[in-house]
Design a protein around this ligand. Structure first.
Ligand SMILES: Nc1ncnc2c1ncn2[C@@H]1O[C@H](COP(=O)(O)OP(=O)(O)OP(=O)(O)O)[C@@H](O)[C@H]1O
Length: 210
C-alpha cells in the first residue's frame, strides 16, 4: 500500500497542489487527472522520489519514504517503482536487449524473462536492434517489456497512451491491468477513457491560479 498524506508541492510562492490524500492498495488502479500544468508529472516524480514534496508525507508499507536519505531513496525507487515516463527514458543508442537488462532489479524472482516479455509486446526478434531505429509505438512497447520484467510493486504511468494508436493503447491498458491483477499498485496520469474505466480511485488536480 502506498499512502499520500497532506502532500503539497510549491515552487517559491507558487503552490502546485496541497493537502493531497491518496491511498492505493496493491491491485488497485488510481487515475490522476487535471489540466495541463496542474502538476500530474510532478506528483508522479514525488511518488518515485525523483522530486520531493514540500509538505506532507508518502508512506509505502511501514516506511515513510519521504524521510529516506537520497541513497535509501534510490534503493526504494530501484526495488519498488516501475515508471513509464512520457518520453519513455530508453537509451536510444543501446539495443532492445541492453535496455531490458536495465530493468532488472536485485530481486531474483523476476516475474518473466526477457524473451517472454518481448513476445508479450509483439517484439520477439528485435533484441539486437538499436532502440533509435524502432518506431515510436515499438519504443513504447520496449518500455512496457521493461515493466513486465521488473513487475514492480508500484507502477507509475505518465500519459501512457497519448502518442499511441488504438492497438498500442489497448496493449498498455492490458499490461497495466495484468500487473494490477498480480498485485501492483498502479498510479496513472491520464485522460484516456478506457483507463479511467479501470480506476478504483480518481484524483483530480486543480490548476491553481497563483
Ligand atoms: N523544478 C521546478 N521549478 C519550477 N516550476 C516547476 C518545476 N517543475 C515543474 N514546474 C512547474 O509545475 C507545473 C506543473 O508541471 P507538470 O509537468 O507536473 O504538469 P502536468 O499536469 O503533468 O502537465 P502536462 O499535462 O502538460 O504534462 C508546470 O507549470 C511546471 O513548469
Amino acid at each position: 500500500m502506498i499512502r499520500v498524506d497532506g502532500l503539497g508541492k510549491s515552487f517559491g510562492r507558487r503552490t502546485l497542489w496541497s493537502g493531497l490524500e491518496i491511498t492505493v492498495d496493491g491491485g488497485q488502479v488510481a487515475v490522476i487527472t487535471g489540466l495541463s500544468g496542474s502538476g500530474k508529472t510532478t506528483l508522479l516524480n514525488c511518488l518515485s522520489l525523483l522530486d520531493r514534496p514540500t509538505e506532507g508525507s508518502i508512506t509505502y508499507g511501514r516506511t515513510e519514504v519521504t524521510a529516506l536519505s537520497r541513497s535509501a531513496g534510490r534503493r526504494y525507487r530501484r526495488d519498488n517503482i516501475g515508471y513509464l515516463f512520457q518520453d519513455l527514458a530508453l537509451i536510444e543508442d543501446a539495443t532492445v536487449a541492453e535496455n531490458l537488462r536495465l530493468a532488472r532489479t536485485t530481486r531474483r524472482d523476476h516475474a518473466i524473462r526477457q524473451q517472454e516479455a518481448l513476445d508479450r509486446v509483439d517484439l520477439g526478434g528485435t533484441e539486437k536492434e538499436k532502440v533509435f531505429r524502432l518506431s515510436g509505438g515499438e519504443q513504447q512497447r520496449v518500455a512496457l517489456a521493461q515493466l513486465l520484467i521488473k513487475s514492480p510493486p508500484i507502477l507509475l504511468l505518465d500519459e501512457p497512451t497519448s502518442a499511441l494508436d488504438n492497438v498500442n493503447s489497448g496493449l498498455v491498458v492490458d499490461i497495466m491491468s495484468e500487473l494490477a491483477t498480480a498485485g501492483t499498485a498502479v498510479i496513472v496520469a491520464t485522460h484516456n477513457e478506457q483507463i479511467r474505466e479501470c480506476a478504483d480511485i480518481e484524483c483530480e488536480l486543480v490548476l491553481q491560479k497563483n
